[in-house]
Design a protein. Structure first.
Length: 325
């Protein structure tokens, strides 16, 4: 009987809701109103004790904003996952940035051949239509009507010329997209590679491990100093490499791939890290025994030393440079 009485007392316990109305006055009500939900309220038991404090309800605008934030967070996470997959593919497909350059050049060469073939065909068609138009003019000068077959040939040839011009524009757009896609992948690959090299470099400095060849690490501590080094890096790569400067971005500079064993490529990569920025210079020789010998003979170290001297700061500036040899 006692147990039943206690159960009934708990079951019949009544709660009240206290909130501040639009006039700034507290109200105590038995049922929640839209105004109380919007303002936020306290749950009070029949003894006047606070049971729970509920935050103000969200407005429609806040609810919509929250939905958009959730959508944006999902979009960013999806993009991040896609980038991770693409990063893994890049590192699996290519061993170096030079391989990407050569793959790009091969793809572009195939497209250029198609464009050149179309231009040659269009040139032949133009010569043909000039001949057809000359024959039509001969008929007109002699006072004779131009034969229908001649008119049809002229019309058909004009259509073929227009069709090739249209195709060349489409192919040129395709070429630009191929170059842009490869260049984007190349920059990303170089960023990933540089991040890995910097981590290895930091470990090597700690463990006194043997360092790789043809590479130098520079660090700068303020943006103006980093920008100055980056500007000098562009000029250095342009003037000292065998080929042309192919990639120019805020994080990567890269010249064209070596075409033979006597040529070399230069790359710079820029990687912010905590309070300093790493700038990594690499000299790349052809991927053959003779190419490797060119770098071993000191050409790579000569260029590394030359650039290091070019950007050596004044005595009151802070810059670290660590060659790998």
């Amino acid at each position: 009987m006692c147990t039943l009485f206690l159960f009934c007392s708990v079951a019949n316990a009544k709660n009240y809701y206290r909130y501040k109305n639009s006039k700034g006055q507290f109200e105590l009500v038995e049922q929640l109103s839209p105004e109380a939900i919007a303002a936020g309220y306290d749950v009070i038991n029949d003894k006047g004790q606070l049971i729970e404090r509920v935050a103000p309800g969200k407005t429609l605008g806040e609810i919509e904003d929250e939905k958009e934030e959730i959508k944006e967070a999902k979009r960013k996470e999806f993009a991040r996952q896609q980038q991770l997959r693409r990063d893994a593919e890049l590192l699996k497909l290519f061993r170096s940035e030079i391989e990407i350059l050569r793959a790009r050049d091969t793809a572009v060469s195939g497209i250029d051949q198609r464009i050149e073939l179309s231009k040659n065909q269009r040139s032949l068609l133009k010569s043909s239509i000039e001949d057809l138009q000359k024959r039509a003019a001969d008929f007109e000068r002699s006072g004779k009507p131009v034969p229908q077959y001649l008119k049809d040939n002229i019309s058909e040839t004009q259509k073929q010329i227009a069709d090739r011009e249209r195709r060349e524009k489409v192919t040129a757009t395709e070429r630009a997209k191929v170059v842009a896609d490869y260049d984007r992948d190349l920059i990303r690959f170089k960023e990933l590679q540089t991040r890995r090299m910097v981590m290895q470099h930091q470990d090597d400095k700690t463990d006194n491990a043997e360092l790789n060849q043809n590479r130098i690490f520079l660090t700068c501590f303020d943006e103006s100093r980093c920008n100055d080094i980056w500007q000098k890096a562009q000029e250095f790569a342009k003037n000292k490499a065998s080929g042309t400067l192919e990639i120019i971005s805020e994080s990567v500079l890269l010249t064209s791939a070596p075409k033979n064993d006597s040529e070399l490529s230069i790359s710079f990569a820029r990687l912010p890290s905590n309070k300093k920025t790493y700038i990594v210079l690499e000299v790349i020789c052809n991927d053959t025994e003779a190419g490797a010998e060119l770098c071993k003979q000191g050409e790579a170290n000569r260029l590394l030393t030359e650039f290091q001297g070019l950007i050596t700061p004044k005595s009151n500036e802070q810059t670290e440079s660590t060659p790998e040899s």
